[in-house]
Design a protein around this ligand. Structure first.
Ligand code: FMN
Length: 284
């Protein structure tokens, strides 16, 4: 039986995100097994930036490795996060920050069908939340079939109403068929399908999903982004992702080469300022 894994980044039970996943599963039918992971219940520590996971595994003894195993063994994944102050909840980002660990599992994760969903209480007050959820999918190596903002403030509101019901149907269809959704007629990054852009100057734009830059032209009033791949690619292809992982591994050698020359830079600023200890640490 195929399995759908729902990763829920809300602290609420029930949350609109989790209810949305369950409603999608209801539409998929009982031929699919549904698993839910409420990420706030999982012990996921902050990345310590030691890069050891690229060589011999993460030294942190938390739930991250097990989480990756669940993602790798699912046939499809939905990740949902609530919008908090225009971005996705920190629970999602904490998990994404551990993304260097995904490099050891690229072959299992690459191309897995995934959907990114954020919930928001106020229409169009979702800011960059969806971009964060889309990014989580790409960083996991998933095949982003589509992404949605679900509007509803109170638990339950995210699965009612014509608009939300239509999104549930679309999401179920995408998972059942493995086909990406036709999302909008708006401009898309030709490299990664991203739909969020930043203007770097009057004519240069950057795709905020893959971070590549380029320009755009107008054709019949339609904006057409022309984005070029830069040297570093995190997820445009499996080969590029592996190449980037290899480049990161090579950084260890490069750091050892420049470490001594950086020491005076660090020393010159050592001891400056007073570090304020958090009250929780100073209580004995
Ligand atoms: C701390 C906090 C910040 C929020 N910020 C926003 C916001 O910026 N924009 C918005 O539309 N909704 C905001 N909301 C509302 C939630 O996104 C909304 O209730 C949503 O349904 C929560 O989804 P969930 O039930 O899956 O957790 C906020 C809620 C909380 C608790």
């Amino acid at each position: 039986m195929p399995s759908l894994l729902g990763i829920v980044c809300s602290p609420r039970t029930p949350s609109n995100g989790e209810l949305f996943i369950k409603a999608v599963h209801k539409e998929l039918g009982n031929d699919w097994q549904l698993y839910i992971i409420r990420l706030v219940e999982w012990n996921i520590g902050p990345c310590r930036a030691c890069y050891r996971c690229l060589f011999d595994g993460c030294p942190q003894k938390d739930d991250m490795s097990q989480l990756i195993r669940h993602i790798a063994s699912a046939d499809a994944v939905m990740i949902t996060a609530p919008t908090y102050f225009l971005g996705a909840s920190a629970t999602l980002k904490k998990f994404v920050d551990r993304g260097l660990m995904f490099y050891a599992h690229l072959d299992e994760l690459w191309g897995k069908p995934m959907l990114a969903v954020v919930t928001a209480g106020i229409r169009h007050m979702d800011g960059y939340a969806l971009l964060m959820a889309e990014s989580a999918v790409k960083i996991m190596g998933g095949n982003l079939l589509g992404s949605f903002v679900i509007y509803g403030a109170f638990p339950g509101e995210g699965v009612i109403g014509e608009e939300n019901r239509a999104k549930i149907t679309e999401a179920a269809k995408a998972i059942a068929t493995g086909n990406p959704l036709a999302q909008s007629n708006g401009p898309e990054c030709p490299l990664c399908g991203g739909r969020s852009f930043r203007f770097l100057d009057k004519s240069t734009i950057q795709c905020l999903l893959c971070s590549n830059t380029g320009s755009f032209r107008l054709s019949d009033g339609e904006m057409l982004p022309e984005i070029n791949p830069s040297k570093h690619q995190l997820f445009l292809s499996l080969e590029a992702a592996k190449e980037h992982a290899e480049w990161l591994r090579g950084m260890k050698k490069r750091f050892l080469e420049v470490r001594d020359s950086l020491k005076p830079v660090v020393r010159a600023l050592a001891g400056r300022g007073t570090t304020i200890t958090p009250p929780s640490k100073s209580r004995s």
